[in-house]
Structures are given as structure tokens and as C-alpha cells.
Design a protein around this ligand. Structure first.
Ligand code: OSB
Ligand code: MG
Length: 369
């Protein structure tokens, strides 16, 4: 059989609450839903490229262009159906990992649906429930953030990640630790600090953080290795790790002790497996980061997080953490405190709701061979 149609939907969904990082504040999410059709079955993928090139160089518009004009035509011209074949063929095009991952994920969902298996079984996942944490953005004041954390705790979240930046770091951790001495807490700087601020960052060692994520800009693996030598808090890299090769360099150089895996950032599940397996052999644990995905992308992440080396709580929260009306039914919920059950239907195992997709669609493209 062959893919007979691919649909791209350019989406915008409002958040339940604004999300602020060291990049700035946003109120909604733009992303792309990729659908591949074969013989009456539909595979769903989500491309996580954001509206602005702040987290990575890709944007929703550049990913739209790459998908429509290069990746989808590649699938049709080569008669590709298998995600592994897509991964290999798509290597001729440089970068654009989020665009590639969006389409590869749709092919993985389709493949699992054809086999009648939930994705995690196809991936060789080892758990039916994953550890779910929550990522809390920067707020207007410390009391606002403490309220938010209390709210998340009452909903069952046991591990909280906060976003930090200069002026919103030491005092914030101090206030959280005063109120919650034993909370599983970690901090994410999204690359905003510079090596001149190493001594300032060392103050974070006082707060027993599970990890400090991406203190310096992505390309500076060397300075991360110097900082890790000076800090007892384990460093975790997010934006720096865009491939198996960068993961290898980071671990060999001692730039971090933990890796955040995002399927979009590294360009698909085949690449995730390479990084995962390397970290496992190296004795370094990983966890699944999030990009505030809709339920479609988040369901994909749930399956990925069942792989054996995902040893830390993931940024994989319930639908209600992100969106009033998620794109899927049933919504993702906490199955018990700090945990989410992995859907066990075929493929992603959740049902996208067509009229919700339509309602949030800004433009659409139906592509045929
Ligand atoms: O750095 O982990 C990050 C969201 C957008 C861009 C970057 C990041 C994030 C998050 C969200 O922290 C985590 C989630 O999806 O729950
Ligand atoms: Mg991060």
C-alpha cells in the first residue's frame, strides 16, 4: 500500500494561563497537525515549531514550508510508508528537525495502527504509566507563583519545574524551599545566562534542585562542562541536544549529567532511540520534555516516555494544565498523583476530535501524490 493523502493543518490554541520563560510571555500556541492517510487509516503527528524562532530556529511557518514543499513531496516521490525509511530519506534535507519529526510521528502512528498495537509496544516501552511533572512559567510575583505551585500540588503534581532568568532565580527558589522543604523541584533557564554568571548560578546549589536545565546558550557545550565541574546540582541539557552526535559530545565532555529528550527538537523517534540507547549505555538517565503540545503531540510523548532510560519525572501534564478544550477525547488526566496512564488503544491510543481541529485551524493543505 501507499500513502494516498497527507493533510497539514496550521493550528492556534489559546492556553488556559499565559506561559512565560526567559524568552518572554505567550498566550497561545501555534503548531501543525500532520495527517497521513493510507487505506482508510489515519496516522497523526504534531509539529511543535513555535510562532517565533526563540526556542529554536524553526517557526510554524518555516516548518509549514519545509513540510509542504520538501518532506511531503519526498514521501510521495519515493513511495515511503515506513517511518524508518522516512528518517533515512529526509536526511538529504539539512536541519528542520521539528518539521521532520511532525511527519515521522504521523508515520509511526499509522504503522502502529496497521499492526493493531499501541505505540509503546512497537517502541519496546516497559511501563504502562509514566511519571508526570508540571512546568510552571514565570509569574508576575513570587506569591503568584507560590499559589500556582499550591494549585498544581493539590491537583496531584509531585515534581515542579520552574522557569528562571536573572532577577527571577535565587529569591524564587528560596521562597519555594521555605514553604516546601522536600518538594521535588527543578529549574530551567532556557539558555539565558552567560559564563560570567557562573558564580551567581552556583548559589542554586543551596536549594537541592533535582537538576538545573540549560543555563547557557545551546552551542556552548564547553562552558556547560566547566559549570558542571563547579556545581553539585546536576545540569540537564535541552536546547543543546539536537541529535545523537550532540548528545555524545555533551556526555563525553561532561557538559551535563541528565538529558531532556524532545522528539521535535531531535527530529523524530529514530533519533530519540539513538540518543536514548546511548545514554542508557553511558549510565545517564533521560526524561521527556514538552513543548506545550496539544493532546496529539502529548499522546506521542507518553509512548516515548515508556522507554527504559526515562528515569526522571517528565514534563507531561494533564490536558487541563494546557488547554480549555484539548484536541483529543478522552483528555489526558492524572491516573494517580504524579502519574499518567499510557493510552493502550492502537497507535497513539487517543481520539482526535475533528470539529475541534477544524475550529482551531488557521489554514489547511491537502496534498496528494
Ligand atoms: O524549555 O522545556 C522547555 C515549553 C516551550 C518551550 C520550551 C520549554 C517548554 C516547557 C513546557 O517547559 C513543558 C510542557 O510542555 O509541559
Ligand atoms: Mg527546557
Amino acid at each position: 500500500m501507499a500513502i494516498d493523502r497527507i493533510e497539514l493543518n496550521f493550528m492556534r490554541l489559546p492556553y488556559v494561563h499565559f506561559f512565560e520563560t526567559s524568552f518572554g510571555r505567550s498566550y497561545d500556541r501555534t503548531f501543525i497537525i500532520v495527517r497521513v492517510y493510507e487505506d482508510g487509516l489515519i496516522g497523526y503527528g504534531e509539529c511543535v515549531a513555535e510562532e517565533k524562532p526563540l526556542y529554536s530556529g524553526e517557526t510554524t511557518e518555516t516548518a509549514w514550508h519545509i513540510l509542504k514543499d520538501f518532506l511531503v513531496p519526498l514521501v510521495f516521490s519515493r513511495g515511503i510508508v515506513e517511518p524508518e525509511d522516512f528518517y533515512s530519506a529526509a536526511k538529504i534535507f539539512k536541519e528542520n528537525r521539528m518539521a521532520k519529526a511532525g511527519l515521522e510521528l504521523a508515520l509511526w502512528d499509522l504503522k502502529a495502527k496497521k499492526l493493531g498495537l499501541p505505540l509503546y509496544k512497537l517502541y519496546g516501552g516497559i511501563r504502562e504509566e509514566i511519571a508526570a511533572g508540571v512546568s510552571a512559567g514565570i509569574e508576575d510575583s513570587i506569591p503568584d507563583l507560590l499559589n500556582m505551585i499550591e494549585n498544581y500540588r493539590s491537583q496531584g503534581y509531585e515534581r515542579i519545574k520552574i522557569k528562571i532568568k536573572p532577577g527571577w532565580d535565587i529569591e524564587v527558589c528560596q521562597a519555594i524551599r521555605e514553604k516546601y522543604p522536600e518538594l521535588l523541584l527543578q529549574a530551567d533557564a532556557n539558555g539565558i545566562y552567560s559564563p560570567e554568571e557562573a558564580d551567581h548560578l552556583r548559589q542554586l546549589d543551596a536549594f537541592k534542585l533535582l537538576m538545573l536545565e540549560q543555563p547557557y546558550p545551546p552551542f556552548d557545550l564547553w562552558e556547560h562542562s566547566q559549570l558542571q565541574k563547579k556545581m553539585s546540582t546536576p545540569l540537564c541539557l535541552d536546547e543543546s541536544i539536537i541529535s545523537y552526535e550532540t548528545a555524545k559530545a555533551a556526555l563525553e565532555m561532561g557538559s551535563c549529567r541528565i538529558i531532556n529528550i524532545k522528539v521535535g527538537r531531535v527530529g523524530g523517534v529514530v533519533e530519540v532511540r539513538k540518543i536514548h540507547d546511548y545514554c542508557q549505555r553511558y549510565g545517564v538517565g533521560v526524561w521527556c520534555g514538552g513543548m506545550l503540545e496539544s493532546g496529539i503531540g502529548r499522546a506521542h510523548n507518553l509512548h516515548i516516555a515508556t522507554l527504559p532510560d526515562f528515569k526522571y519525572p517528565n514534563d507531561l501534564s494533564a490536558s487541563a494544565r494546557y488547554y480549555q478544550e484539548d484536541l483529543i477525547e478522552p483528555p489526558i488526566v492524572l491516573s494517580r498523583p504524579g502519574h499518567v496512564r499510557v493510552p493502550d488503544g492502537p497507535g497513539i491510543g487517543v481520539n482526535p476530535v475533528e470539529d475541534r481541529i477544524e475550529k482551531a485551524t488557521l489554514k489547511k493543505e491537502v496534498l496528494k501524490p
